[in-house]
Design a protein around this ligand. Structure first.
Ligand code: PLP
Length: 457
């Protein structure tokens, strides 16, 4: 009774209930208590409406996930039909469901040819955790249990499971959590704007390869399990590596005898142009993690793909009939799988992937045209993933003092101007428009963004 009366309370009370009871992900709890939530109510295409009636152009696709845009009726239908027919099927006890099997096959078809087997998860964090745990199984199966060390990039983001948050190299995910673990190591990110080796692409690539090699040697080559990276770093501030970087890192991992794991949770499903960012450079990872665009955020789902070699080694390494103890109740959820299949159909047959590719130059222009703004140090972009880095001095690239709270101010001003994007603490503005954005919407985005920067100047 208590909860049903809560549900019927008017909107103002929903704000109070949120403030009192709901813990928001990756947020300052105290700041949230003071500020309260902004409740989002509905969406259509690239547009959001909040409970106060504001109409907002969402240039961040929710949390870089609603790649297909809001309000896609065929996705709603696919979910409803599957819920009606069979809302749940476990993957335990050799059960399964048709949509999950079809989606696994579809992902193998779309992913680089090295990847043949799919494990479904509930999120990107869960996909990273699955990769880490199954890498341990792989090493156990081939008698190399000493390979316990993992290398990732500074400013990398690999979710917030316990081990994944240690692969993540952002201070808020470590502070007070006892992370990173001694077996977690970082190398510099290919951050041309602030690289110690300058902005020359070849110099950046060689520096990354050299640092990876040196780190592996220092740990001991036979003790390193894997290198994890995002093809374009997202939550670390949209750091776009030079072309050829991903391929060079993959090749270095092969030479060093360590696994190469591509975390495509953000970059997958057309975000950077092709279906997966690895495709652009013909990179064939040993494992790949994905989520977000897989279901376009309509329902939760992630996936971890692995090579046949890893799969066969793990399968052969387990004693006959003994289960490999990794799994969750909702792995390969049939409703999520049905949604995933329909969302991918929209990317392919529905023309969204092609539209995203056609719109990328418009997006690039929106950002590039703002590079002359007094606040903007750098505009960078690949496909429909981009950033503006704000600086207090364009010559020295000096950052604003975080105490000024500029990031929050830019975000709030953007919102008032009817534009949603992401504002990172170090004053990098991140953008990830949906693949359904139109040329007119990019024009509107350009106008609202310039006004926002002018307003905070
Ligand atoms: N990996 C990357 C590259 C991500 O960007 C994210 C989330 O933003 C994750 C993993 C974690 O995904 P999730 O938030 O679905 O757990």
């Amino acid at each position: 009774l208590a909860s049903s009366s809560h549900l019927s309370l008017p909107q103002t009370s929903a704000l109070e209930l949120d403030r009192e009871h709901l813990i928001h992900p990756v947020s300052s709890w105290r700041a949230h208590e003071k500020r309260g939530a902004t409740l989002l109510q509905s969406g259509k295409g690239a547009w959001l409406r909040d409970t106060e009636g504001h109409e907002l152009l969402d240039a961040f696709a929710g949390l870089w996930c609603v790649n297909a845009g809001y309000g896609q009726e065929s996705v709603v239908q696919a979910a409803t039909e599957q819920m009606r027919k069979l809302p749940y099927a476990t993957g335990y006890f050799h059960f399964g469901s048709e949509p999950a099997a079809r989606l696994a096959a579809k992902l193998v078809d779309l992913a680089p040819p090295s990847l043949q087997h799919v494990y479904f998860t509930l999120s990107g964090s869960d996909a990273v955790e699955a990769a880490v745990r199954l890498i341990a199984q792989y090493n156990h199966a081939r008698g190399q249990t000493q390979r316990r060390h993992f290398i990732s990039l500074e400013r990398g983001y690999h979710g917030s499971s316990f081990f994944g948050a240690g692969l993540t190299a952002l201070p808020a995910f470590h502070r007070g959590f006892g992370l990173p673990l001694p077996e977690q190591h970082y190398i510099a990110s290919p951050y041309a704007y602030r690289s110690a080796v300058g902005s020359d692409p070849l110099a950046i690539i060689s520096a990354s390869v050299a640092e990876l090699r040196a780190t592996v040697q220092q740990i001991g080559q036979d003790k390193v399990a894997a290198f994890f990276c995002e093809p374009v770093q997202g939550s670390g501030g949209v750091i776009v590596p030079p072309e050829g970087w991903l391929k060079a890192m993959r090749q270095a991992c092969r030479e060093l005898g360590i696994l190469f794991v591509a975390d495509e949770v953000i970059t997958g499903f057309g975000r950077t142009g092709p279906m997966f960012a690895c495709e652009a450079e013909g990179v064939d990872p040993d494992m790949m993690t994905m989520a977000k665009g897989l279901t376009s955020g309509y329902v939760p789902m992630g996936a971890m793909l692995m090579s046949d070699e890893i799969y066969q080694t793990i399968a052969d390494g387990a004693p006959a009939g003994v289960p490999i103890g990794h799994g969750t109740t909702y792995s390969a959820h049939p409703v999520s799988a049905a949604v995933g299949l329909e969302v991918i159909r929209l990317y392919e047959e529905g023309g969204l992937l092609a539209n995203g590719q056609a719109m990328a130059p418009h997006f690039a222009r929106v950002l590039a045209n703002l590079a002359d703004h007094p606040l903007v140090g750098e505009a960078r972009q690949r496909g429909l993933l981009g950033a503006l880095e704000l600086v207090s001095n364009k010559q020295t690239k000096a950052r604003f003092d975080p105490a000024l709270g500029l990031a929050d101010r830019v975000f709030a001003t953007g919102y008032r101007n009817g534009l949603v994007f992401r504002s990172f603490g170090d004053n990098i503005l991140g953008f990830a428009p949906a693949l359904c954005f139109t040329a007119e919407e990019f024009e509107l985005m350009a106008a609202r963004l310039r006004k926002t920067l002018d307003d905070v100047l």
